[in-house]
Write a protein that binds this ligand. Structure first.
Ligand SMILES: [Zn+2]
Length: 249
């Protein structure tokens, strides 16, 4: 198995799907963040001293507020990939993100799996998510992370046509189902340190929301973020993803 970590240059990852594009190959390419078969996406550049904390599926009334408190306490800026439906329901939290210097991107309207969505609803899902966020931020949304990391040419093309850079990741663990913050942080630290040894920045995914539950308990994920900040604050720079924008193509 080719590792997404081994090849994660700025523009995505140099993994070839050389075995052909049978159904299994399609699923692999569409869902595996290491595949570039369906086009480039921003992952992380060769800047081993940099970490991007990114948070998906919010905003969430409890977890996002606590997370913003935490980030403010430590003066760390992060990137939030919002569901348009949740943003529309909690606009004050979105405005707070902006006011406190965070970057806001789109994670679609309501988390459909775009790898298996017909063209018209796929486009509507991406457009509606972007518009819902922009109605709050009054500024263009420039980054898009597909739900489940699912990619297909049409989804990437629609995102780009709308002026958004597709974004994946290179440091993820199952924080949404892990109750112990120390385990979440430890798993991510191993990935971050491995990326560091290989000369790459880390594009870290945690979840402040849950696509199945608008008020999901994300206390472990927030606590894991605090552990990562404590671990790396003195040795690394925490950046927003737009710091790496030139690395996408
Ligand atoms: Zn998600």
């Amino acid at each position: 198995m080719l590792s997404p970590l081994a090849t994660g240059v700025c523009t995505g990852l140099g993994v070839a799907a050389g075995a052909g594009l049978a159904a299994g190959g399609y699923a692999y390419a569409a869902l595996w963040p290491g595949s570039r078969l369906f086009g480039h996406a921003l992952v992380a550049p060769r800047r081993p001293g940099e970490l991007a904390l990114t948070f998906d599926d919010g905003p969430n009334p409890t977890a996002t507020s606590r997370l913003l408190d935490l980030l403010a306490r430590h003066r760390v800026q992060a990137t939030f990939f919002l569901l348009g439906s949740r943003a529309q329901a909690l606009p004050d939290l979105v405005r707070r993100m902006l006011g406190e210097g965070h970057l806001v991107g789109s994670h679609s309207w309501n988390h459909l799996n775009l790898a298996y969505t017909a063209a018209a609803p796929l486009r509507a899902e991406i457009v509606r998510g972007k518009q819902a966020i922009e109605a709050i931020t009054c500024a263009p949304v420039r980054f898009f992370r597909p739900p489940f990391g699912a990619r297909r040419p049409l989804a990437l093309r629609v995102a780009r046509d709308l002026g958004m850079t597709p974004v994946l990741w290179n440091a993820l663990t199952s924080d949404w189902k892990e109750p112990l913050a120390e385990r979440i942080a430890a798993r991510l630290q191993r990935k971050i340190d491995r990326l560091q040894r290989r000369g790459f920045a880390a594009n870290i995914v945690l979840h402040d929301g849950g696509h199945l539950d608008p008020a999901a308990n994300r206390a472990p994920s927030v606590a894991a973020a605090e552990r990562l900040i404590a671990r790396y604050a003195s040795t690394h720079s925490f950046v927003r993803l737009d710091a790496w924008e030139a690395c996408a193509s």
